[in-house]
Design a protein. Structure first.
Length: 157
């Protein structure tokens, strides 16, 4: 099983739009990262989960478009910025198929750290970054496969 953790791309400020959709730059980065992912990682995910916040849903849509993922996008509970990682970690422990999760900081760092046995932290996510974790048969530990940031793929912000 592979788990792809994606931080949403750059969003408008609350002052610009309280719904906080992606900025034009954020849309560009999310699409570019999705294209990179499709070309280099070729993720074989069966579902793409995202938080209920607009910026995460839009990032998920653009990643799916860029990577040519023909999978269901599903709004999932427990992916908000301040949610504890343990319920999602338990859900992933029961889930046998590869999945991509688009969410927020500090939740993603806490989830990655928890799954890797680092406590609830230890991994930082730049906006638009992707972290890939792998796990063998259920019950085996998660390992870090790779982590790529938009700075590497699309250049400096």
């Amino acid at each position: 099983m592979k788990l792809y953790l994606v931080r949403h791309a750059h969003a408008l400020s609350d002052a610009e739009d309280p719904a906080r959709p992606l900025s034009p730059k954020g849309r560009e980065v999310a699409l570019a990262m999705g294209r990179w992912l499709g070309r280099h990682a070729k993720p074989a995910v069966l579902e793409l989960w995202h938080s209920p916040l607009v910026r995460a849903r839009e990032t998920a849509e653009l990643f799916a478009e860029g990577a040519h993922l023909k999978v269901p996008l599903r709004e999932a509970a427990g992916l908000l910025p301040e949610d504890p990682p343990e319920p999602m970690a338990a859900a992933l422990g029961r889930h046998g198929d590869s999945v991509m999760i688009v969410g927020h900081e500090p939740f993603l760092s806490a989830l990655a750290g928890h799954l890797l046995g680092l406590g609830n932290g230890g991994v930082e996510f730049q906006k638009g970054a992707v972290l890939c974790l792998e796990r063998g048969p259920r019950g085996t530990p998660w390992t870090l496969a790779w982590h790529v940031s938009p700075t590497i793929v699309v250049g400096d912000e």
